[in-house]
Design a protein around this ligand. Sequence first.
Ligand SMILES: *[C@@H]1O[C@H](CO)[C@@H](O)[C@H](O)[C@H]1NC(C)=O
Ligand SMILES: *[C@@H]1O[C@H](CO)[C@@H](O)[C@H](O)[C@H]1NC(C)=O
Length: 293
Amino acid sequence: MKSPAKLALPSACKLLAVLNMLPQTVLTGLLALCSVSLTSAWVIPQSVLGNDANPPDSSSVDEDALARPSWFTSALMARRMLALSSSGVIATVFPDSIPPSARTPSTVAGLPIGLREYIADCDGSLPDELSHGGNGDPTILALRVATTFKNIGAGSNLSLEVDWWDHLADAGPVYPGLPDSPAALPRITLFGYLETLPELSDSASATLEKCFLRSHPDAKAWLPGVPGAPHASFWARLVVTQAYWIGGFGDVQQIGWMNVTEWKGIRRRSSLDGVGDGRGWEDVRLPGEKGKQ
Ligand SMILES: *[C@@H]1O[C@H](CO)[C@@H](O)[C@H](O)[C@H]1NC(C)=O
Ligand SMILES: *[C@@H]1O[C@H](CO)[C@@H](O)[C@H](O)[C@H]1NC(C)=O
């Protein structure tokens, strides 16, 4: 027999993943409780599932299936997610003072704004002397007129959020006993600084453009230097310094700060010497993807 306290904990675990805005101290404490409680079998409470759901019999829950992937496997998933993502939300902060002449209301001074922007994992297609080796520093096509890049130009810091929520329909239910749930799908926020890429040679531009346009064919109209483009643009890269990962619900996925050496040391088919177990992001699959795991 399991104690009622033990049975109640998994719902807290699940909820805490949803409510990840909880203070870090509370979150860490709850996570610790979760990992302890998971050493015993548990059921998903009916109150979470609703009436038509069919909770698995606690004795039939496969505990191995509930084990979290390792942090290195999570880093592979995160790098794969970046590689397969064509956009992400960049958060910046409006300057502390906005001149009255500006079209931006002065009341948003100092406030954060998140805007979805085009990105691509194209660092590996930059010339050797410029490339960071395909280390997961996202390539960004920046428009001078866009709020995101105006804020950065005015000194704002930034972060970039990339997630797998658009793949909910393919992923289907990924958590035992729960219906389709975006909250169960991964997301990552990358911190760092934006580096404007220097002027590229014609051949380097062509290689980068080819990579970027694969996921953004429409962006051909506003590539840097395109005559008659509606807006001036430039190539930039986010140099990643920290990465915060939410793999899904905290009892079956990792949640927390990633080892940035691992993030940066992963390549498509392998990882650098001394990083993880040598696998690359091709060796993992994200929820709903077909093919080998
Ligand atoms: C940006 O972040 C750095 C820390 O990485 C901090 O020192 C700096 O003050 C921040 N800049 C602004 C404008 O907030
Ligand atoms: C981060 O990963 C690298 C490479 O796998 C490892 O050598 C290092 O010890 C890790 N750092 C921490 C703080 O775990």
